[in-house]
Design a protein around this ligand. Structure first.
Ligand SMILES: Cc1cc2nc3c(=O)[nH]c(=O)nc-3n(C[C@H](O)[C@H](O)[C@H](O)COP(=O)(O)OP(=O)(O)OC[C@H]3O[C@@H](n4cnc5c(N)ncnc54)[C@H](O)[C@@H]3O)c2cc1C
Length: 476
């Protein structure tokens, strides 16, 4: 209920509006039950999983229908009030932070799975569906959506789309951009558009679907998505290989890709991460004794049990030539979860060791991964910083963690070492962010990525969608 109202006014472009008047307008749309202001506005909605403190905002609203979302956008544009869309709030770069205050629109009530259509190989879902809820619903029908970010228990489909989320399975399926056929989007003025059609091929017009994916709430509000689905694999196996040098591990990734084996995960864990997280891995986690100093974690999946044997032998043969010791294969759910345990515990290990960290998620062309890793080591030495690296090796998308003492904020000034890391990624033909997005956190490093004029072009596109710049202002 919006009982307590601040008697403040908000400067919004050329206009100014009393927050109480804004609240009245919004209450007309959803009813008072879903509008929160003043003391009723939960500060948690002004924060995400980045290190930034909560940003104050004026009104939180939780619409339940497309029409309500459209009406809210219309009011915000009319009043020139900033409107920041929020999914699960799991973003790590501050994308969902209402840095200019105004209205926070939580998409959480648009949480229906509307259709699962195996024959047409798509599902229609509202943007507020939790990622894992969607995946579980598909699994119950023998179907599969392969985008599985580590945050999938809390992130939402709309947030995944707006951030162009990836996951370990991206090496086979790509980021979520490769899994979307069509989007329903509310534009800043309240107009509703479809970005494409519910078809697997579409050559009509500009690819607005692709433009909206990764747009971080700056071009429109995604309300519904048509996502590609496929049959659930019938088998899945995890392989762990130990290496005593990084070059051999990186070469193995290239060989796996070149062999035609379509691995659905190829994760590299380098020495710092391995040693830090080893105490947190499940009992029986293997291949930890020196001289092993890096692990490759590979997952295969398939639809035919006969293929399983053939692919296992092919991968095992390839790894036997490159790795240090016998590889370990997990087949049952329990065996596989032991093999994934160290990789999944790296975050917990860092915080349990009393460390804070900043996650740098550069992506380089896969054949340049080794060059990036050696450069990272040199950069760490040069600046006297501890960097540990792990991640999606087959994609060239690594998480380099800049370790900080607990009392130091992940926002603390580390400009030189960050610039060195990002510049190295760019020099190697890569990008400053493979899956987390620029958000607020990486904004100051955009200039390394974009040639002159590029940001202006982005601004012009933004202007075409949102002429009064009400959608997630302060992020471009
Ligand atoms: C433990 C952990 C593990 C993670 N693992 C991964 C991983 O494996 N892969 C990965 O890619 N990321 C990962 N992330 C980062 C984060 O979870 C992803 O970026 C995720 O896609 C964000 O989804 P969300 O629903 O939480 O979005 P939010 O954080 O709420 O928002 C993210 C951005 O999208 C915009 N947005 C949200 N919903 C909409 C909408 N409906 N329409 C338009 N814009 C919208 C917001 O304004 C914001 O700019 C991880 C984060 C954590 C904390």
């Amino acid at each position: 209920m919006c009982s307590k109202r601040r008697k403040s006014s908000r400067s919004c472009g050329a206009k100014k509006i009393e927050v109480s008047i804004l609240v009245d307008e919004l209450v007309k749309i959803t009813g008072g039950k879903y509008v929160y202001a003043g003391e009723n506005a939960d500060p948690a909605y002004g924060k995400d999983q980045s290190a930034y403190p909560a940003f104050p905002y004026d009104v939180l609203i939780k619409p339940g229908t497309l029409e309500e979302v459209s009406a809210i956008a219309r009011v915000c544009t009319m009043c020139r009030v900033p409107l920041t869309v929020r999914g699960g709030g799991t973003g790590v770069t501050g994308g969902a932070l209402p840095v200019r205050g105004g209205v926070v629109l939580s998409i959480e009530r648009l949480n229906h799975i509307i259709d699962i259509d195996p024959d047409n190989r798509y599902a229609v879902v509202e943007a507020g569906v939790i990622t894992s809820v969607f995946c579980d619903a598909l699994e119950a029908r023998g179907m599969y959506f392969p985008v599985a970010p580590g945050s999938m228990g809390s992130s939402m489909i709309g947030g995944n789309l707006a951030a162009n989320a990836g996951s370990p399975r991206s090496c086979k399926y790509g980021s979520i951009e490769n899994q979307v056929l069509n989007l329903e989007v509310v534009l800043a003025g309240g107009e509703v558009i479809q970005t494409g059609s519910n078809v697997h091929k579409n050559a009509a017009g500009f690819n607005l679907t692709r433009l909206l994916v990764g747009s971080q709430g700056m071009l429109g509000i995604i309300t519904k998505a048509v996502l590609k689905i496929g049959p659930l694999p019938v088998w899945r196996k995890t392989f762990l290989a130990g290496y005593c040098n990084l070059q051999a591990a990186c070469n193995a990734c290239l060989q796996i890709a070149g062999s035609g084996l379509r691995a659905c995960a190829v994760e590299l864990i380098t020495e710092g991460a391995l040693r830090l997280a080893a105490p947190f891995a499940s009992p029986g986690y293997p291949l930890l004794a020196p001289p092993v100093c890096a692990h490759l974690l590979i997952e295969l999946e398939g639809y035919d049990f006969e293929d399983s044997q053939e692919q296992t032998e092919k991968l095992a043969g390839l790894l036997a030539c490159t790795s240090l010791e016998d590889i370990v294969v997990g087949e049952s759910v329990q065996e596989r979860s032991v093999l994934w345990s160290l990789r999944e515990k790296i975050g917990v290990a860092m915080t349990s060791h009393g460390l804070n960290y900043r996650d740098i998620d550069i992506c380089v062309p896969p054949a340049r991964l080794y060059a990036f890793l050696t450069a990272t080591e040199e950069i760490g030495n040069t600046y006297g910083e501890t960097l540990i690296t792990f991640g999606h090796a087959m994609d060239g998308n690594m998480h380099t963690m800049l370790l900080l003492r607990k009392e130091m904020s992940a926002l603390s000034d580390r400009g030189k070492v960050l610039t060195a890391l990002y510049s190295t990624a760019i020099r190697l033909g890569g990008t400053i962010t493979g899956e987390h997005g620029i958000g607020l956190l990486q904004q100051e490093f955009q200039y390394l990525q974009f040639p002159s004029g590029h940001l202006e072009l982005l601004q012009r596109i933004k202007h075409a969608f949102d002429p009064h710049c009400i959608l997630n202002p302060g992020k471009l």
